[in-house]
Design a protein around this ligand. Structure first.
Ligand code: FES
Length: 241
């Protein structure tokens, strides 16, 4: 993946000198920040038995979790029960990317990383700092990070609605097979910040996965389970924004 992105950037005219000045770790983050769509290995969403998830079976506003692209990086999948149209998401540096809206028969299913772009709290198995909140009152559907109360509008590409998060929640790019009503995760839109996440949680991930290599193992089939099964200790906090 790194090599392919490196070659892509060269093809787009990025200076070889600039790329070579960056450390290998720094280069990956540079690549992710520059790219509106970060491709990773394509992974079919499946249930615990290994059968493909049928998107029309997802009950509205019931969040699910699947690890992708790495074993230790959970994402949240949810059916928002309304058709979701594309949105241009702006980043702090003035760049933007187009979030394509929902997938599924009603275009109502979305997925986002659970890694908060503020200081990388996430839906850990041991503590669910990031979670889904269904619409209430005049507020739309949100993902909320209880660590410092950042809120993200998941009907609009993960735009920040409150709190200290510096930019939108990265969205999982979902490829929809309409004939089968199944979906593949194929990458991310925005900046998922995986390297910063692995640096921040290095010790804790070793506790969960025993080795960093296991935590960073790429997922070939994305097992999708209810949020409550994945995160045994959800957190609660007010929704700001
Ligand atoms: S880590 Fe999520 S708001 Fe601070």
């Amino acid at each position: 993946m790194d090599r392919r992105n490196f070659l892509d950037l060269l093809a787009k005219g990025t200076s070889l000198g600039l790329l070579l000045k960056l450390s290998p770790l720094g280069m990956l983050e540079f690549v992710q920040a520059q790219s509106s769509a970060n491709p990773f290995r394509r992974a079919l969403l499946v249930d615990k038995a290994g059968s493909p998830i049928k998107l029309n079976t997802l009950k509205p506003h019931e969040p699910f979790v699947f690890a992708y692209p790495f074993a230790a990086t959970p994402n949240i999948l949810v059916n928002l029960d309304v058709e979701l149209t594309p949105v241009d998401v702006r980043m702090p540096d003035g760049s933007s990317y187009r979030w394509p809206g929902g997938v599924g028969r009603r275009r109502s299913v979305v997925a986002y990383t659970s890694i908060c772009p503020h200081t990388f709290s996430y839906a850990a198995p041991t503590l669910g700092a990031m979670g889904y909140r269904q619409p209430e009152g005049g507020r739309g559907p949100r993902m909320v990070c209880c660590a410092h109360l950042s809120a993200f509008d998941v009907s609009r590409g993960g735009e920040v609605r409150g709190g200290p998060a510096p930019h939108a929640l990265a969205a999982v790019s979902l490829e929809y097979d309409a004939a089968r009503d199944e979906a593949y995760a194929v990458g991310f839109l925005g900046n998922p910040q995986f390297d910063a996440f692995f640096r921040e949680h290095n010790q804790a991930l070793r506790g969960l996965f025993r080795t960093t290599a296991r935590a960073r193992e790429e997922v070939a089939r994305a097992t999708t389970i209810p949020y409550a099964e994945h995160t045994r200790v959800p957190t609660t906090c007010p929704v700001v924004g």
